[in-house]
Ligand binder design. Structure first.
Ligand code: HDE
Length: 725
């Protein structure tokens, strides 16, 4: 490229009104520094060089790089040269960094783990992964929300995906489940409509990551089959405390096939050893602002610290006769099978024990598919499952760009893979040898062959009936299990469910949609319908027309979060608010008691540099008060010194810390000098039993023991207008 002459350059600068800059005097070529922009006095090192060939940065082609800070220019202030392959390659690659995010379940987080079988199902299935007790199978799990984009927040009111890939000796088994055992729709053909309705409205592109808008409720109120799942969605199941505290469900009925070819129906469950736990709605809203990555951070930190989350794998096994005796159809994904009818047998344990090395390579590129099942596991005729078996493979082609996504390490089976499929984008491991077809007559050199004994065989189910677009009559009862779910909830859970319906429907602008939604509730529970109509300030509409009358099914404790909660504070987090001069002995006793319970603690203080306690100990803070609001903790202890409490009483974030913890029914440890702060936060002076006095170190144990209960629920009726009404 010809060099512009000096006169031209200074002319241009003048036109723009710039002061012509004097070009720096160049040193001789051999003395050229690698940059003219050496940092001035801030200790930064722009050029971090090495003389070690093994540590040398290279281009994608392996060409060693000498300067990664400056593009190739004609003169220090001159034009950039087209010849700069290093710049071109780097920008080219950057421009193509993104792949399409998942249409649903875009936001997620993943981890590696191991599944160990503890009880053999060899009588029911030939699947190796379910037959050999003690066998450990490598796994990868991805948790997700459904509706929001990849950049949305973790605590949306939303279903959580719970997708497990087990790299078995007989190929990958993907159990692509949710944290709710039923689904909104009965037929895959409605899935695009459901997802369009819940996602951002198409004209305006919002609201993001929530169902509280007209389109979702319009669709749901026109789809009676959705109402069982709607009840779960409005319950606290959709605002979990952690990915560690959710259940997982395969949802559909699958089959197990044994050596004799006999089929047994099976439903899969993951039961968290951490117990079920959720947050409250007002807290979820605030967590999303305080830490949009609340769930992914929680999982990462737990695994990182060696507190490995665990789930037991449970199976409900049943035969055709049992299925025929149920008051609903086991092929209908809007129904569950109560554990009281078919008990869950625990057969193994999943432990997540390793964080990913790279989010994109593993969590983003992992590709699940419900059709990935090893021999011995097969599908039932659930029409939703059949749609999924088609969809997941199709979606991977779009997302990962070609048919060779099984070559990506996170997707690659750990067992031998032998076939004649070849070529295509990014082929990494094309089959070797002369023959790329079969049958062939190349003898033992001719590549892999069919194996009638070990190979996958579909269960030979009888199929009959006319080819038609039909929905079975046995799918028609839409309300009985919705009622069963509601009546199985603890009263405080029922209240939360009613609150959620009122909240969501209050965001719906069309009055007719609100009324149509409430009309379904009348078929589920009259009290709930009346509560919601009252909360919306509207008259009770007529009940929706029901295809079948609502049955009074027995309730089930297994459906309640509170009935299946943890029995200790283990794995949870205490926030300790300190100031200079806080009680050092108490602090030591409290942190000791928390650690003894297997929980963790964090100090929140006016300054991130920390505080000096009354015994002279310096304690670093993990959070400054406005960066560590109480919503980030399961319980809090407020232990300011007398002087500190007076100062904090003037500080809005400190007052919010206390009043939010109180409003969210958290257990609060109250230091002896905290009163001015509590008064400023307008906490009633008569403290309830959820506020535990921490007068001295002796009280610490009792406080941590009290925290074992998730929340002090009796307080809710005193802090929530909806409960008082
Ligand atoms: Fe999915 N679903 N789904 N789904 N689903 C996807 O596949 C689909 C359904 C679930 O972490 C997509 O790879 C259809 C039920 C999870 O990567 C897509 C139907 C359940 C994940 C797809 C359903 C799920 C997905 C988008 C109705 C619970 C995240 C990206 C017939 C049992 C997996 C992808 C991950 C993802 C289709 C219904 C769970 C589009 C057509 C029911 C956990 O293929």
């Amino acid at each position: 490229m010809p060099k512009p002459d000096k006169a031209q350059r200074s002319d241009k600068s003048k036109q723009k009104g710039e002061t012509p800059k004097k070009a720096p005097k160049l040193p001789p070529q051999s003395d050229l520094p690698t940059s003219y922009a050496e940092p001035q006095g801030n200790g930064g090192e722009t050029h971090q060089t090495t003389s070690d060939p093994a540590a040398t940065m290279t281009s994608q082609q392996g060409i060693p790089i000498s300067d990664g800070q400056n593009s190739l220019r004609a003169g220090p202030r001159g034009p950039t040269l087209l010849e700069d392959f290093q710049l071109r390659e780097k920008i080219f690659h950057f421009d193509h960094e993104r792949i399409p995010e998942r249409v649903v379940h875009a936001r997620g987080t993943g981890a590696h783990g191991v599944f160990e079988l503890t009880d053999s199902l060899a009588d029911y299935t030939t699947a190796d992964v379910l037959s050999r007790v003690g066998q450990q199978t490598e796994t990868f799990v991805r948790f997700s929300t459904v509706a929001g984009r990849a950049g949305s927040f973790d605590l949306a009111r939303d279903v959580r995906g719970f997708a497990v890939k087990l790299y078995t000796a007989e190929g990958n088994w993907d159990l692509v489940g949710n944290n709710i055992p039923v689904f909104f729709i009965q037929d895959a053909i409605k899935f695009p409509d459901l997802v369009h309705a819940v996602k951002e409205e198409p004209d305006r592109g919002f609201p993001q990551a929530q169902s509280a808008h007209d389109n979702f409720w319009d669709f749901a109120s026109l789809m009676p089959e959705a109402w069982h799942m709607v009840m779960w969605q409005m319950s606290d199941r959709t605002i979990p405390r952690s990915y560690r505290t959710i259940e997982g469900f395969g949802v559909h009925t699958f089959r197990l096939i044994n050596a004799e070819g006999k089929s047994t129906f099976v439903k899969f469950h993951w039961k968290p050893r951490q117990g079920l736990q959720s947050v409250v709605w007002n807290e979820a809203v605030k967590i999303n602002g305080a830490d949009p990555d609340f769930h992914r951070r929680d999982l990462w930190e737990a695994i990182d610290s060696g507190d490995f989350p665990q789930w037991d794998l449970g199976v409900q096994l049943f035969d055709q006769a049992t299925a025929d005796g149920l008051p609903f159809d086991h092929l209908d994904a809007t129904k569950l099978i109560p554990e009281e009818d078919v008990p869950v047998r625990l057969i193994g344990t999943l432990t997540l024990n390793r964080n990913v090395d790279n989010f994109f390579a593993e969590t983003e590129q992992v590709a699940f598919c419900t059709a990935n099942v090893p021999p011995g596991i097969d599908f039932s005729d659930d029409p939703l499952l059949h749609g999924r078996n088609f969809s997941y493979l199709d979606t991977q082609l779009k997302r990962l760009g070609g048919p060779n996504f099984t070559h990506i390490p996170v997707n690659a089976p750990r067992c031998p893979v032998m076939h004649f499929q070849q070529d295509g984008h990014m082929a990494m491991v094309n089959p070797k040898g002369r023959a790329n077809y079969e049958p062939n007559s190349w003898g033992p050199e001719g590549g892999p062959r069919e194996n009638p004994e070990l190979g996958f065989k579909s269960f030979a189910a009888d199929v009959e009936g006319p080819k038609a677009r039909l929905r079975s009559e046995t799918f028609a009862d839409h309300y009985s299990q919705a009622r069963m779910f509601y009546l199985s909830q603890h009263p405080i859970e029922q209240k939360h469910l009613g609150d959620a319906l009122v909240f969501e429907l209050s965001k719906v602008t069309r009055v007719d949609i609100r009324a149509r939604a409430v009309s379904h509730l009348r078929n589920i529970d009259e009290d709930l319908a009346a509560t919601v109509a009252n909360g919306l300030g509207m008259a009770l509409p007529d009940p929706a027309k029901a295809a079948k009358p609502t049955l009074d099914l027995p309730t089930s404790d297994k459906l309640s979060i509170l009935a299946n909660g943890p029995d200790s504070f283990k794995g949870r987090k205490l926030g300790i608010l300190l100031t200079d001069g806080s009680d050092g002995v108490l602090f030591a006793a409290l942190t000791g008691a928390v650690e003894a319970a297997g929980a963790v603690w964090e100090v929140i203080a006016p300054k991130i540099g920390g505080v000096v306690l009354d015994n002279g100990d310096a304690v670093a803070a993990k959070q400054k008060i406005d960066g560590g609001p109480s919503v980030l903790y399961d319980a809090v202890a407020v232990l300011p010194s007398a002087e500190g409490a007076v100062l904090l009483a003037q500080d809005a974030p400190a007052k919010d810390f206390v009043s939010d913890a109180f409003a969210h029914c958290k257990f609060i440890g109250v230091g002896a000098d905290a009163e001015p702060l509590f008064a400023a936060a307008r906490i009633p002076p008569e403290l309830d039993e959820g506020c535990v006095a921490l007068g001295s170190g002796k009280d610490a144990k009792a406080f941590v023991a009290a925290c074992a209960a998730l929340r002090f629920w009796p307080r809710e009726v005193t802090v929530d207008l909806d409960a008082m009404a």
